[in-house]
Design a protein around this ligand. Sequence first.
Ligand code: HEC
Ligand code: HEC
Length: 439
Amino acid sequence: MKMRSSFTLSLCVLGLTSVAFAGDTSYSPVSITTPFSEMMKSDIKNKPALMKKHHKLLNERYNLSEKVDPKATMSGGKPLPVGPTVKLKSGTSWDKLSALTPNEIKKKGLFPYLPLPHVSPDGGGLVVSKKQLETHPELVRFDMDFDLPNAYLPEFPAPLYLISRPDLGDVSKGEEITINNYYHKFNGILTPFQLEGLRLLVTPVAQQQFNVTDDRKAEKAQDAVTCFSCHVNGHTSGVFHLNPDNRPQDTRFRIDTPSLRGVNIQHFFGSKRALRTLEDFSEVEAKTAYFDGDPVIALKKGARRFTREEIAAMAAMQNMIAFPPAPKLGIDGKLNPKKATKSELRGEKLFATNCASCHSAPYYTDNSAHDLQVERFYKGRAEGLIKTFALRGIKDTPPYLHDGRLLTLEDTVEFFNLILELDLKKNEKTDLVSFLRAL
Ligand code: HEC
Ligand code: HEC
C-alpha cells in the first residue's frame, strides 16, 4: 500500500495524475498523455515548495557556512572545505556520542549522518551544480535546483592527469574538455584510439531528463548529456542522481558521481552492481543508467547504442585518467617520512590500525565491497553492500560516501569513528584528516 501511494505521489510531481497503475510496478510510465507545456507549468509551480522543503532538511542537519582552509587545496587550487558540518542534537557532543552504543544512538535518534535524500526522491534524475550551469545552460532543469553550496563540491573544471604522460601535469590546462575543444587539446598527446574514445566521452546524447520527449525536464528539446557532463574532465563535478539499480522508486538512494581517476586499477565498477569490466560498465551506463536503469524508457528516448569497438575506445581513454599527484607518497603509496609532517605520520599510523583493512595502500582500496551496517545507528532502510571507494586523491572529491552525506574530510573521520566504534580523541581525528589530505 505504502509503495502504491508513493507512485501516485511521483506521478503528481510529474503532473501525470491521469495515468493510473494497477499496483506496484518496476516500470516508468511510457506513453505520456499530458502535453509538455502543461507538465512544465505544473513543475515550475511546484518547484519553490520542493526546494523549500529540501533546504529545511539540509539546514536542520548541516551548518553550511562554507568554511574553508585557504592553506590546504585540491589539486587545482580550490581551498578544502572544513568540517565537521553536521549539527549535533542539543546536549550531545562527539565524545558523548561515541560513549553510546549504536542501539542507544538509534533509539534516541542522535545519529547525525542520515542518508542524504535526492532533492526530489520521487522525481529523481540528474541535477547539475549552479557553477556548472553557468557554462551549461542546456543542463538547467525547470523542476528543481542543485542543493549543496559550491565549497563542498569538487573543482569545476577539475585538472586531468594522464597515466601515459605524467610529465605534462594537468592536460586540461584549467579548461573543461568538451566536443568543441578536445581535438585540439589532445591531438598529438593521445593515441588515435584513445582520441576516438575521448570524442565519444564528450559527445552529447539523449538522457532521461535531457532529450526530446514530453516528459523531459529541460525547456529545450535536445540530446544534451555527455559522459563528461557528470565525470567532468574525467573526474566529477558533484552531479548527483538516483541509483539505477533497485525498485520501487522510494527505496532508491541519492548517488553522487564518482571520479574516473584511477579506474584502471579497479577490479569492478559501480557501487553495488559490480560490473567486472570498464567496457561493460561504459556500455550499461550509456544504454540504461542514463535512463534510470529502464531499457523501455531508453528505447523511447533514443538511447545511443555504442558498438563494442566504440566501447573499447571509451574504456581505453578512461584507463588513461590518472589519480592526481601526491608528492608526499613514496612508490609504495605510503608517506615518505622525509616529506610528511608529524601529524600526517601519526595519522598514517592510526589509519593503518583502523582503516587499512579495507583501504589498503597504494590506492587505499581493497577492490571489494562492504556492508557498513549503518542502519545500526538509525531507523530506516538498510543500505547494504557498497564498494570501497579508493582514497587516493580523496581531498579532490567532496562530498563523500555514495550519497554525498559527508561534506568534508572531518565528517568522514567522525562518521567512521562512530560506525567503527573507535572512540578516537580529538587530536587523533585531526591527525587522520591530515593524512587523508596527503593522499
Ligand atoms: C548522470 C551523470 C552521469 C553520466 C552522464 C555518466 N555517469 Fe558514469 N557514473 C555516474 C554515477 C552516479 C556513478 C556511480 C554508479 C554506481 O555506483 O552504481 C557512475 C559510475 C561510473 C563508472 C564506475 C566508477 C567506479 O568507480 O565504480 C564508470 C566507469 C563510469 N561511470 C563511466 C561513465 C561513462 C563511460 C559514461 C558515458 C557513457 C558515464 N559514466 C556517464 C554518473 C554519471
Ligand atoms: C569495513 C571496511 C572499511 C573500513 C574499516 C573503513 N572503511 Fe572507509 N569506506 C568503506 C566503504 C565500503 C566505503 C563506501 C561507503 C559508502 O559509500 O556508503 C568507504 C568510504 C570511505 C570514504 C569516502 C570515499 C568517497 O569517495 O566518498 C572515506 C573518506 C573513508 N571511507 C575513510 C575511512 C577512514 C578514515 C577509515 C578509518 C577510520 C575507514 N574509511 C575505514 C569501507 C571501510
